[in-house]
Design a protein around this ligand. Sequence first.
Ligand code: SF4
Length: 278
Amino acid sequence: MQPSIVNLKSQIENPFTFSQSSLQDYADCPRRFQLRYIEQLAWPAVETEPAIENERHQQEGVLFHRLVQQHLIGLPAEKLARLANTPDLRRWWGNWQDFRSLADLGSLYPELTLSAPLGEHRLLAKYDLVAVQPDKKVLIFDWKTYRKRPRDEWMATRLQTRVYRALLIQAGAHLNKQTPFQPEKIEMIYWYADFPAEPARFPYTASYYERDWDALTSLATEIAARRDFPLTANEEKCAYCPYRSYCNRGTQAGDMDDIETELSGVEIDFEQIQEIEL
Ligand code: SF4
């Protein structure tokens, strides 16, 4: 039976804590934001086929993040390597070991959570790794386990790229002797576990920071003022969305083999996934 979509709640709580995931969902489809963050509906439909394969890939991605985090806080690589017990995990872990042995990253802050006021609301982000180097250059790392390497132009427009750099300036002064980092010292790096030699790097500037913070504040204000959250006009996004059945946008999941990273709703959302015990 078709789930009902009448009588949805139509207003965010005030104050509301935004994240890059919730802002990205809103940018992709206001209705998805409403269903996920206002109604807090669980994931009712398979996002991509084959479902089991996709779920396994997501779980491996979560475990990979946990392994890297444990390694960064000092657990021995040999012990952690035993937990990399699938072909994907073994490959990613091997690539990570090569990457780490080459890098002198400075002071490391793995799994760092930062938050700051965003207008009347708050903005929160969980960073995979922030590395403060002796020359005060600061690197934001995010590990990605995508099957395909996305275009840099697409990653540059992701709200994660904009949120993480701007929020580090807003909320990261305690990592820099109580002084906000200069935008020009910040760089965001997406490290792709399956493409370890091709990270995507995004430096920052004061004008980008100003643009980003203004845009994020305006976006939060816009969402807070909304009383209706329309379905996206771009129905291609629905093929990979778990809320298809709520929106009468089809019941058949998109095929993983056909997926364009640009359209994927399958990014691992750590705010929705429980910690894995190692
Ligand atoms: S199925 Fe389509 S319209 Fe519905 S929430 Fe998902 S992306 Fe939006």
